[in-house]
Every structure is written in structure tokens, then in C-alpha cells.
Design a protein around this ligand. Sequence first.
Ligand code: SAM
Length: 367
Amino acid sequence: VTEGSTTFEAPVQDENTAFPPGTAPVFYNTRMEFNRDMTVLLLSCITPENYLDAMAATGVRGLRVAHETGTPAVINDRDPAAVAVIEENAKAIGGDIRVTCDDANRLMCTERFDTIDLDPFGTPAPFLDAASRAAKRYLFVTATDTAPLCGAHLKAGMRRYFATPRNTEYHAEVGLRMMMGAMAKELVKYDRGMEPVLSFAKNHYFRSHVRVLGRVTAAETTMDQIGFVMQCPKCLYRAEQKGSLLPQSHTCPYCGAETEAVGPLWMGPLQDKGTIAALLEKLPAMQFGTAKQMDKLLRQLIVEPETCTFYDYHVISRNLRVSPPAMDEMIAGLNDLGHYTVRTHFAVTGIKTTAPLHVIEEWIRAW
Ligand code: SAM
């Protein structure tokens, strides 16, 4: 298989007969190429001292990082069958690669790495504690347990992330912010803080790349970014609260109901926009199978305002019992009224806007 400019051996299955991809003896999912492309692009910009691919399967991620960015890589999996594949691949590709066969938590308890990447089956929750201590400068995390994170499996989400997601129409953003809240929680207990560099939701997973800062003041600033979305149970109204682990009771100004807390969540920025600009500049010079999609997503992320939720204009229209307006016209209309509004990568019918709900509703009604 070739991804980016790296060619490696992987047990490729016929997707129609062998799904999910986890049923292969060694896991390889072509649908994650985009995720890996983004990591390689980011690492080519931040040039870390070294990189741990803590759960590597075929090793594709770490192999690509070593080969395409020149970063020294440690590639680990606890499964000896996976390690045999990684070793073969590492031999063929060459470069500064060390292959280990260990439990990821045990490895991260015995050694520290500049950048650590967690790409587990499902939830990263069991690995966040050790990774929070072992990552010197960067921590990258994928979660594929979208149902617990989005509120569809409420109890599982509460157990794994110690937060209440609730199933709202902006659940994709809640899922990402809940995963990032869990990352922040593990870091601050070691007096460390985090600054997100690149974070997004896609199809069946969430992905966040954060800078780790080893100072008490950074841990305190990180705590200030933890908070809640206070959601009205009767209408689409919501308000953002941050800087406290206690949600403040709040009455919906539209229908008078007591709002319900969603969280605790990471309520801070999702991106470092300077880095996103650098990625956009670097992208054309690199070789990626998903370059077009990468460009599209990065262009969306760089303009999204740092609101912690988004509105689905189809849901608002349905509530008002009117047909949804033309999306581009609505976005232009809200911008003309002085409310910064853009499409969001979280949902095709989602808008990120600084406009309050009643302004969006009035605009849709008048259309
Ligand atoms: N990063 C890979 C990629 O991009 O193709 C996919 C990794 S796959 C989702 C998860 C891998 O984690 C599996 O190969 C599994 O053997 C490994 N794994 C699960 N638990 C582990 C643990 N506690 N320590 C180390 N590896 C583990």
C-alpha cells in the first residue's frame, strides 16, 4: 500500500467481505488515511524531537512520520503479530525507527517522548493519564467511540469521560470538546496545561492535537477553559459558561425553562490559527492522497469562530414550521447584520455564528 510518499505492507481486505477493518489479524483502515495525512502535515511543520506511535498496528502512522518528516519515531504495539509487520515495514523503509512490543501504558510510564500519538480502538480514556505525564511537548489523540461522546450512549460517555454529553443537534462538537475536556483533566492534575493546535470531528472519529505546557500557570489557564454549555430542554437556546466546575443554574430567556448542563467540556479554542495558516501554506508542496479534503477542512477551520456550539438551520426551520432558507443567502444575511457567520465542518447544515438564536429565527422567518 502507498500512503503519502510511503509504501508499506498491510493486510488489505476486501471491504465488502471483511468489515469492520478490526477483524483483520493486524488492523489497517484505509478510511483513516485522511487522519494520518493531517498528522504528517502537522509534524512536518512543528518538527518534534521524536514521536511515539503508541498503538501502531501495521505501523503506518509512525512509518509515515519517520519517512515523510524525518522525525525519529518509536513505533509500538502490544500485539506481537502487529510488531512483526511493523518490523518488516521498518526494515524496508529505513530511517530513525525503533520498534517496541509493549503495553502502551507501561511504555509511557517508563519513558518520555516529545510527541505522543494515541490511536486506540474506541476510547483513548484508559491511556490519557500515562500520556499526560510522558508527553513532553505535544499530545495527539483520536477517539472513535462517537456514540458515548455524543450522548447516544449516555452512561458509557459519563463513565469514560466523567462528563454528561446529552444528545443535542450540535453533538459532534460536544463529542470533540468532551474528549478534549478529558485530555485537559488528565494534564492539569500534573500541573500541566494544554493549547490546542488542530482539532476536528470527522465521520466516525474525533481528533485533537495539543501543545502540552509544563507550568502551573498553564494548568490554571487550562482550568479556566473548562465549562458547560447550558442547554434549554424545551427550545434551541443555549449559553456558554466557563471557568468553574459548578454549572450555574440559568433560566432560558425564551421559554423560562431551567437550562441543563452539558459537560464539563473544553470550552477554549480548538485551533491555533497561525499553525493552520502554516499548514495551508505547506500543503501544496507535500504529497497526500487526501490533499483536496485536507485543504477544504483547513480552510473551514481557519474561519470558524470560537463559539462552543453551532446551530443547525434545518432544525431551527423545522421548529419554526417553515422551509429552510438557502444556506448561502442566510449566511450572507446574518453577516450583513453584523453577526460573523460561516459554515462549520461539524455538520453540512450547521452554521457557526455570533448571532443570538432570536436573530437567526427572525431572519429565517422573514426569508
Ligand atoms: N494507528 C494505527 C493506524 O493508523 O493504522 C491503528 C491502531 S489500531 C486502531 C489500535 C492498535 O492498538 C491495535 O493494533 C492494538 O493491537 C493496539 N493496542 C490495543 N491496546 C493496546 C495497549 N494497551 N498497548 C499497546 N497497543 C495496544
